[in-house]
Design a protein around this ligand. Structure first.
Ligand code: FAD
Length: 316
């Protein structure tokens, strides 16, 4: 079976969950080959990639790769596409991943699909377009299919792979060195899962009313082991940090469960969450547009509903 390249997302040598999802997806369509870019590769990473079925690991672990913004990773993948002729390249649809996918498509004269939420035979991607308003099936018709898949689109399943390492050397062009990383600020790793990777997200909107009131959203999130999100109305008001904004100009999430409390369901908010598998809305207005989208709706005051829900979950 043909090789499918999967660009590994990693932090401090730890493989991120989205990569395990992409390996699982790749396994259903061919032979997964992981591509490791930058330092940090070691036994734990190798074991993780092998556990999820990587037959090969292409290793470009020089520090220079991460000295520059996205360019080197796109160049590395372009080199591998030219040398190995893979059946497809899968990349996580994170902001960085989407930029790499776009650059790779130009370099290899190939088609690119971003924000895929599913992938089937023939690399037909389920894709959410026009701010999430329309779902389409897309297929690349030119070059090597380059597909950026949203985190949480596939449940990762372990299956052993050989993870045979092959060192890859890339000589970076000047173009790849166009933007240098000048500083890295490590984000505090809180107890909650990362927003774009979380299986459950609890978001609050204008209905939450204040920064202090976000404590009840956090409490519900913690009872579920969920990440906290917010609408732009809430982040613009300064009630919750912008990095947690969900929507067109915020983060895109695709969790198993999305709970929206005090959020009306504006199109720009939907754009960031409507591919969630199950959506629960809590809103006191029965006419709120979020109910058109929700699988389960609770018409009620969030200050009553959310604490009751939290209490019930904590009992179980
Ligand atoms: P509102 O629309 O004001 O809704 C608040 C809801 O809370 C109402 O439905 C109300 O019934 C309910 N409510 C009030 N009190 C309670 C209570 N006690 N209990 C239960 N329910 C209650 N928005 C985003 O979220 N993300 C984006 O990325 C984003 N990008 C944008 C980009 C552009 C270019 C533009 C123009 C807009 C963007 N917006 C974005 C803003 C978007 O249009 C909406 O204004 C925003 O999503 C509204 O947030 P909200 O639902 O929290 O507030």
């Amino acid at each position: 079976m043909s090789e499918i390249l999967v660009l590994v997302e990693h932090v401090d040598g730890e493989v991120k969950k989205v990569t395990l999802e992409l390996l699982t997806l790749a396994r259903s369509l061919g032979t997964p080959a992981a591509v490791w870019a930058g330092p940090g590769y070691g036994e734990p990473a190798k074991a993780r990639l092998a556990e999820y079925g990587a037959e090969k690991v292409y290793l470009a672990d020089s520090a220079e790769i991460v000295d520059y913004v996205v360019g080197p990773k796109a160049e590395l993948l372009a080199t591998l596409v030219a040398e190995k002729s893979p059946a497809a390249v899968l990349i996580a649809a994170t902001p960085e991943g989407k930029e790499i996918a776009g650059r790779l498509a130009i370099k290899t004269d190939s088609g690119v699909i971003t924000d895929a939420v599913g992938l089937s035979e023939g690399f037909v991607a389920d894709q959410s377009i026009f701010g999430g308003g329309v779902n389409v099936k897309s297929r690349v018709t030119k070059g090597t299919p380059i597909i950026a898949v949203r985190p949480n689109s596939t449940a990762p399943e372990a299956a052993p792979g050989a993870a045979a390492e092959e060192q890859v050397t890339v000589t970076l062009s000047d173009a790849a060195k166009a933007a240098k990383v000048v500083e890295r600020v490590k984000q505090e790793k809180g107890a909650r899962p990362e927003l774009t990777e979380a299986a459950i997200v609890v978001s609050g909107g204008r209905g939450v009313g204040s920064a202090e009131n976000f404590a009840i959203i956090e409490k519900l999130a913690d009872s579920l082991g969920a990440a906290v999100g917010a609408s732009r109305a809430a982040t613009d008001a300064g009630w919750y940090p912008h990095q947690f904004q969900v929507g067109q100009t915020g983060k895109t999430v695709s969790p198993q469960l999305y709970i929206a409390a005090g959020i009306s369901g504006a199109i720009q908010h939907r754009a960031g969450m409507q591919t969630a598998k199950t959506i629960v809305a809590i809103n006191k207005d029965p006419e709120a547009p979020i109910f058109e989208l929700a699988d389960f709706g609770v018409v009620g005051d969030l200050f009553q509903v959310v604490p009751q829900l939290t209490e019930e979950i904590e009992k179980r």
